[in-house]
Design a protein around this ligand. Structure first.
Ligand code: FES
Length: 155
């Protein structure tokens, strides 16, 4: 993100008003895709908040990311309903097969995995969300097919 783009976002919010923190962080993430230490520091300076406070808020909310997303960004639901269907095992399989740990992006930037607490469609559990697509009632066989397709698309 350029300095000018950051200034455009910040200028929409009053200086030194901490109420702007969440919307500013959301706008930065919408624009850049993730947050960096430098951006958090700049936001803190603008709002007159200590860097550790800004960092604490940013890390508290699941919605914020601290690394660029992969070409395929996989959100796996670990809410109660999905968890009961064994999404922990699904996560293990995704991490193993795609060689990327949850909360990170693979070195080749092909895949990133994010754990979600609930994707808001528990009646369709277990759920995966990959880029713009939702996969519902995912069975282990479905997961195999999904992983296979993702690998094929990125070879
Ligand atoms: S627990 Fe997975 S969608 Fe709600």
């Amino acid at each position: 993100m350029t300095k000018e783009n950051l200034e455009i976002i910040l200028s929409k919010y009053p200086v030194n008003k901490k109420d702007g923190l969440l919307p500013i962080l959301q706008e930065i993430q919408n624009e850049q895709g993730y947050l960096t230490d430098e951006l958090l520091a700049a936001v803190g300076k603008y709002l007159n908040l200590p860097a550790n406070k800004v960092y604490g808020v940013a890390t508290f909310y699941d919605q914020f990311r601290f690394h660029p997303q992969g070409l395929y960004h996989i959100r796996i639901c670990r809410g109660t309903a999905c968890h009961l269907f064994g999404t922990s095992t699904y996560l293990d399989e995704l991490e193993k097969q795609l060689k990327v740990k949850a909360g990170t992006t693979s070195k080749d930037r092909k895949f990133s995995i994010e754990i979600a607490n609930c994707l808001g469609a528990c009646e369709s559990a277990p759920i995966l969300h990959i880029n713009e697509s939702f996969y519902t009632h995912v069975t282990p066989a479905d997961l195999d097919r999904i992983i296979h397709t993702l690998k094929e698309k990125t070879e």
